[in-house]
Design a protein around this ligand. Sequence first.
Ligand code: 13P
Length: 258
Amino acid sequence: MRRPIIAGNWKMHKTVGEAVEFVRSLLTALRDVEGVEVVVCPPAVALKSVGDLLKGSAIGLGAQNMHWEEQGPFTGEISPKMLVDVGCRYVILGHSERRQHFGESDAAVNKKVHAALRWGLIPIVCVGERLEERQAGRTDAVIQTQLKESLAGLDSQEMARVVIAYEPVWAIGTGLPATGEEANRVSGLIRRTLAEWFGEGTAQQVRIQYGGSVSPQNISEFLAQQEIDGALVGGASLHLESFSTIVRAACRKASSSS
Ligand code: 13P
C-alpha cells in the first residue's frame, strides 16, 4: 500500500513572518493527522524558520527548486547541502513554471534528481503537457519523454524513492482541473512506463501525485483514483482551511484502505 502524500507548493507567496504564522496554525490544525505524508514547500528564504518549527513534527519540509552542485560559482542558486542543512526532506524539481519561465530542461532536472537522491532528499519530479500539446494529441509522448530524460540513469532503488507529480500545465492556476478519470489515465501511463524501465515492483512503490487546481471540492475525486497517491497543491495550500481539508480527505482515504 502506497502512503498518500499531500504537498503544498507555496510558489512565490508568504513572507517569513507569514510563513511562520501559517505553519504554527497548521501544526495545531493537523496535530491528529495519521497515515498521510504532509509536506510544505515555502519560498527559500522561509525554509530555515519553517524548518525549525517543523522539527520533530509529522509535517515535512520541501524546497521548490535547487541546483545540483554542492557549492560553487552559481549566483542566485541554492544547493542540496544547504537544503538538508535547514531541514528539508523533499524538493520539487522540474515544475512547469521553472521550465517555462527559467528555461529548465529535462537534462537539468535529471542532474537535480541525481543530486537530490545523493543528498538523501526525496525529489518530487513534475511532468505535464501544455495545452497545445494536448490538443495535438501528444500528451502521452510528452510525458514519456519528460520521464525518460529526467529519470535517466537512476537504478530501481533510487526510483522507488522518487515522487512523480503529474501536473497538466493547462490545469495549473486556472481553476480548470483535469477530470479524475483523465488524471488517472495519465498516472496509469506513468506507472506502466516506469514498470517497463524499472520493473513492476518498483513502479508499484512510486507515489504519483496529481496537481493542477486541486481544491477541497475536487480532492476526493482525485484520491478515489487507483493510480493517484496524493496531490501537489498550489493556491489551495496557502490557506489553512483549504489545505487542512485536503489533508483530511487524504487521511480518510488512508484509513479506509489500511
Ligand atoms: P494550483 O493548485 O494553484 O493550480 O497549482 C498547482 C501547482 O502548480 C502545484 O505545483
